[in-house]
Ligand binder design. Structure first.
Ligand SMILES: [Cu+2]
Length: 168
């Protein structure tokens, strides 16, 4: 029984490593010329509207995201494991006072990014918006599996700021 458990743990760890490489099956940054649909998304404290997205496999979607909440929020397309992995980066941004509750210190973000890339928060699969800000993200859902859209501002994911993505 113990042996089986050990094998299970090893295989989970192994899969985790496989998933953590560049070919994570979440799709890729899309081109404007490939966009077939634009979806408007509103972010509130702490939820998305809509909170379910029906997407065809291979489709390139443009998301127009608006933060109508009073806090900073993120619209991040990833799988659950990537979200968990991204959260310490966001916590560091809070510790470095780049990410404040209701605003983003963009000057500081740029300065820090010059030293540490993760502080720049320039991920093609994510937009980070202060209240009243708007952003767009174009994503190609090719080979995408197990996707969820979530906010990794500390505490928000845990509070349930997650939108489901149904791929068919
Ligand atoms: Cu949030």
């Amino acid at each position: 029984m113990k042996k089986i458990y050990l094998i299970l743990v090893i295989s989970i760890l192994f899969n985790t490593t496989l998933f953590a490489d560049k070919n994570m099956k979440i799709g890729s940054k899309g081109k404007l010329s490939d966009v077939t649909r634009t979806i408007e998304v509103k972010m509130y404290d702490n939820y998305y509207e809509p909170n379910v997205f029906k997407i065809k496999k291979g489709e390139t979607v443009k998301f127009k995201v608006k933060n109508l909440g009073e806090l900073v929020h993120e619209f991040n397309i990833a799988n659950p494991m990537m979200h968990i992995k991204h959260q310490p980066e966001m916590e560091l941004m809070v510790e470095n006072e780049i990410l404040l509750g209701d605003r983003i210190d963009k000057d500081k973000m740029q300065k820090m990014a010059a030293m540490d890339k993760s502080m720049g928060h320039s991920h093609s699969n994510s937009v980070l918006l202060a209240p009243k800000e708007e952003g767009t993200l174009i994503w190609k859902f090719e080979n995408a599996v197990n996707i969820e859209i979530a906010c990794n501002v500390p505490g928000h994911y845990q509070a349930g700021m997650i939108a489901a993505v149904n791929l068919d």
